[in-house]
Design a protein around this ligand. Structure first.
Ligand code: G
Ligand code: G
Ligand code: NA
Ligand code: MN
Length: 254
């Protein structure tokens, strides 16, 4: 219970930070994106995983100010990398259902883009299927509003949720992100291999980009490359890292 009180003050106390995980384009071999992942540096407990506090933040409504902080911080950081010469780097931000249902979501994203100077095309929002399925008509309206801003939309953990393929037609999505539970066993489980190959094929036919998350081995990478996956993200290339370390990775590949 104490953690809830602490969570309330964590923003004011400056205890949150973002780590960034590289997304690598398989055609060029270059880092083209970064997923922003929140961390909480608790004064007594040390680094607390979002798995331990995002749910609590959602229940208490704290996800709204925390999510707003994540969006602004990630966009500010990405713009700094661009101004340092890494022009084509983009950033992805995860959205919680509470944020998605917020009335002024689209205008608040527009404000952050205007304030930070980040080109809209450099921002991607990661959404889950369940988030979009809670109210489909509402979701379609919000997604259309976000697309109008010029940002990219991706479906996170694709294949694990409850959306029907019919909605892929109605949702203006740009990217499918193959869930890491499928990627994990592609080299040993024929079903996971088939599902992964099918998602890649589906994405190509729908003219969506497709990224695989949780890539940990060369064998997984070879399989994904063979089937035409566009991008990968995972420990094989890099875990989520602090902003300074991420920029070092960008500098080293120039
Ligand atoms: O980084 P990682 O291991 O530990 O993240 C654990 C979970 O927390 C993942 O499901 C991830 O999507 C989620 N998460 C990380 N950062 C954010 C964030 O800024 N907003 C939301 N809504 N979820 C996040
Ligand atoms: O739910 P979401 O897909 O946003 O979660 C991202 C989570 O996946 C983060 O907690 C991140 O630390 C974790 N992650 C990133 N790469 C890998 C990986 O290669 N293997 C595993 N097991 N987890 C990963
Ligand atoms: Na994500
Ligand atoms: Mn995911």
């Amino acid at each position: 219970l104490r953690i809830e009180g602490d969570l309330r003050n964590a923003l004011d106390h400056g205890e949150f930070l973002l780590h960034y995980q590289p997304k690598v384009d398989l055609a060029s071999g270059r880092v083209v994106g970064s997923e922003a992942l929140i961390r909480w540096l608790h004064p007594q407990l040390g680094m607390v995983s979002p798995a331990r506090f995002i749910g609590l933040a959602e229940e208490t409504g704290l996800i709204l100010p925390i999510g707003a902080w994540v969006l602004r911080t990630a966009c500010t950081q990405c713009r700094q990398w661009q101004l340092a010469g890494h022009d084509d780097i983009s950033v992805s931000v995860n959205l919680s259902v509470g944020q998605f249902l917020q009335k002024d979501l689209v205008s608040s994203i527009a404000d952050v883009l205007a304030d930070t100077g980040l080109p809209p095309a450099s921002l991607e929002i990661e959404l889950t299927e369940s988030l979009m399925m809670t109210d489909v008509e509402h979701a379609i309206g919000i997604l259309a509003g976000m697309k109008k801003l010029g940002i990219r939309l991706s479906i996170d953990d694709f294949g694990t949720g409850y959306s029907s393929l019919a909605y892929l037609k109605r949702f203006p999505i740009d990217v499918l992100k193959i869930d890491r539970s499928f990627v994990r066993d592609i080299t040993i489980d024929a079903d996971d291999a088939a599902i992964t190959a099918s998602i890649i094929s589906l994405a190509r036919h729908l003219k969506l980009r497709v990224i695989a998350e949780g890539v940990e081995t060369d064998e997984q990478l070879d399989y994904l490359r063979h089937y035409g996956c566009d991008e990968i993200q995972g420990y094989l290339f890099s875990p989520p890292v602090a902003a300074e370390k991420f920029e070092q990775i960008l500098r080293e590949e120039r």
